[in-house]
Design a protein around this ligand. Structure first.
Ligand code: FMN
Length: 230
């Protein structure tokens, strides 16, 4: 495999331990006393507030953690594209590293880090593929360039050079020129995470943060809402 070449000079700035520690901030007064008894409604309220906050870009970006068959946890950002059928949906390559991990272990976590609002939502759940119809329906709504990109990428596989990727892109673009219908690749589609717990965190003064977590009761499958020490 070709060596990776850095085109940009490496940053010269080195942070001292003191400078990193000085990044600490105090959190605000926005308390968390009221949440809708339905965690999906509570989540929708927070997602909307994050989306409308100019300090937050891509409010629907979430950090997905998966457990591989080698017992290693891996983590990456994906975009939330739907909240339906009691779950949170994202789309990806079914042959990627995360997809292999989710084949071995259906347990995953999602994290929405809305730091500018001193908020996070952390979700634990079980993941499953969505139907092929659902994947095809969403794929058809994607911009042409993203559709072609899905055909060009063997996501998570070693790549010899940037040129190879661009050649594959050009090849797919020739096959399906802009304006034509690009089919959904057979290895591309969605996953839905069905939550078992959803925790809402709001930063407060003196690190006395608010933490409220909904857990699914094992017997009734109803949501139980409890407050936890920060
Ligand atoms: C803001 C942001 C959004 C992303 N959205 C997606 C996404 O929706 N689906 C996806 O497959 N990768 C997405 N990625 C790329 C992933 O983080 C990751 O690099 C890629 O999916 C390969 O992960 P894996 O090798 O662990 O499978 C996104 C990255 C960023 C920074």
């Amino acid at each position: 495999m070709a060596k990776v070449r850095f085109d940009t000079p490496m940053a010269e700035k080195q942070f001292s331990r003191e400078e990193i520690r000085a990044m600490r901030r105090s959190y605000g007064e926005a308390g968390l006393s009221q949440l809708d008894p339905d965690p999906f409604k509570a989540f929708a309220d927070w997602l909307l507030e994050a989306h409308e906050n100019p300090m937050i870009i891509e409010a629907n970006a979430m950090v997905l953690s998966t457990l591989g068959s080698d017992s290693m946890i891996s983590t990456r950002t994906v975009l939330l594209k739907d909240i339906s059928e009691g779950g949170f949906t994202f789309f990806t390559n079914y042959e990627s590293r995360k997809a292999h991990a989710m084949e071995s272990n259906e347990q995953v976590s999602l994290l929405f880090p809305w730091y500018a609002m001193e908020r996070q939502v952390a979700i634990q759940g079980l993941v499953a593929k969505v139907s092929q119809e659902e994947s095809h329906e969403y794929f058809a709504t994607r911009p042409w360039g993203s559709q072609i990109g899905a055909w060009a990428s063997h996501q998570s596989s070693p790549l010899a050079s940037r040129e190879e990727l661009e050649q594959r892109y050009a090849g797919a673009a020739q096959k399906w020129p802009e304006g034509s219908v690009v089919p959904c690749p057979p290895y591309w589609g969605g996953y839905r995470v069905t939550p078992l717990s959803i925790e809402f965190w709001q930063g407060r003064y003196s690190r006395l943060h608010d933490r409220l977590r909904y857990d699914r009761a094992i017997t009734t499958a109803d949501w139980e809402l409890n407050r936890y020490y920060p």
